[in-house]
Design a protein around this ligand. Structure first.
Ligand code: 5GP
Length: 346
């Protein structure tokens, strides 16, 4: 046994220090970024915020709204081939740069992925997603997928430490998804004791990825727009959101009415609810590692996006970053013991 005494930080442990700035207005800030990838020859341009591949977040309806605004959706893996066909006949080609097809690492998953890409060779992004990206088999699966799809952009995760980011990039990933345990409907830390505070995970993993020419996605733990700014400030290239995009018209999830108020179901992809829905229950050797919650219905996602993007532009003006790309360089975090004033709640 060993103990690391370095303090690891989460979003709530810091604030971003304001800096002298020449930017006159938030409207001067560009949130779009351009990326070249480590393996894929694709060039990507867009606002690097992503909807999570959860079936109550990363839906086709969410993808249409986010792609229209140049954001990104990792579409959940439970749509059928015919669902994909119907969706793809309904969208313009430029949206293909803003969606990923998600997959697990089972045999059936890779067969399904093959069919989706055979039928739709213009799709460009693959998101290989497992809760624990530390197994040797996972890295091997990433390698096989790279061999099979040399030109596609491959996202792989989740991990939280630099050496595993490097391993996945070397195995063929272009972008590594970072986060174990911070998610709003995640109970991994409760059930297993395993995890890593998200801000430190981003700082350490982005350093490892950028050293090799790869990118990272900060996945999980953002509960307010300020957390997204902190994730970018810490070095994330992309930020993935689950809970913040749940509960909307486009999110999916059963609608429940209570005392005249509407709620939408939102659940972790390893929750009992998800496992009963998609694989007929929980296998007897494992525990649920996700929550099922009801979130107040939030209406159309467009307003939430405006709030998020407006907040991010404002962060950039506070530190003098004319482009989102400059935010990390201009970020100084200060350690704090307080966050927002909670005397009144909206
Ligand atoms: P949020 O933005 O809601 O804080 O986090 C979203 C992320 O939580 C997802 O992208 C995914 O990585 C993670 N997640 C989703 N479902 C589950 C689950 O059932 N268990 C765990 N451990 N993590 C989950």
């Amino acid at each position: 046994m060993r103990i690391e005494y370095d303090i690891k930080l989460g979003f709530k442990d810091v604030m971003i220090r304001p800096k002298r700035s020449t930017i006159k207005s938030r409207s001067q800030v560009t949130l779009e970024r351009e990326f070249k990838f480590l393996h894929s020859p694709l060039l990507w341009k867009g606002i690097p915020i992503m909807a999570a591949n959860m079936d109550t977040v990363g839906t086709f309806n969410m993808a249409k709204v986010l792609a229209e605004k140049k954001l990104f959706t990792a579409i959940h893996k439970h749509y059928s081939l015919s669902d994909w066909k119907a969706f793809l006949t309904d969208i313009p080609h430029e949206y293909y740069n803003h969606i990923a097809v998600s997959t697990g690492i089972g045999k059936q998953d890779s067969e399904k992925l093959k069919f989706i890409f055979q039928n739709n060779p213009s799709l460009k992004f693959i998101c290989i997603d497992v809760a624990n990206g530390y197994s040797e088999y996972f890295a091997e699966f990433v390698k096989q997928t790279r061999d099979q799809y040399p030109d596609k952009v491959i996202i792989a995760g989740n991990v939280v430490t630099g050496e595993m980011v490097e391993q996945l990039l070397i195995s063929g990933a272009d972008i590594v998804k970072v986060g174990i345990g911070p998610g709003s409907v995640c109970t991994t830390r409760v059930k297993t004791g395993v995890g890593y505070p998200q801000l430190s995970a981003i700082i350490e993993c982005s350093d490892a990825a950028h050293g090799l020419g790869g990118q990272i996605i900060s996945d999980g733990g953002c509960s307010i727009p300020g957390d997204i700014a902190k994730a970018f400030g810490a070095g994330a290239d992309f930020v993935m959101l689950g809970g913040m995009l749940s509960g909307h018209e486009e999110s999916g999830g059963e609608i429940v009415e209570r005392d005249g108020k509407q709620f939408r179901k939102f659940y972790g992809m390893s929750s009992t609810t998800a496992m009963e829905k998609h694989i007929g229950g929980i296998a007897d050797y494992r525990a649920s590692e996700g929550k099922t919650v009801e979130v107040p219905y939030k209406g159309e996602v467009e307003l939430t996006l405006q709030d998020i993007l407006g907040g991010l532009r404002s962060t950039c003006t506070y530190v003098g970053a004319a482009r989102l790309k400059e935010l990390t360089k201009r970020t100084t975090f200060i350690r704090v013991n307080e966050q927002e004033n909670t005397v009144y709640t909206e």
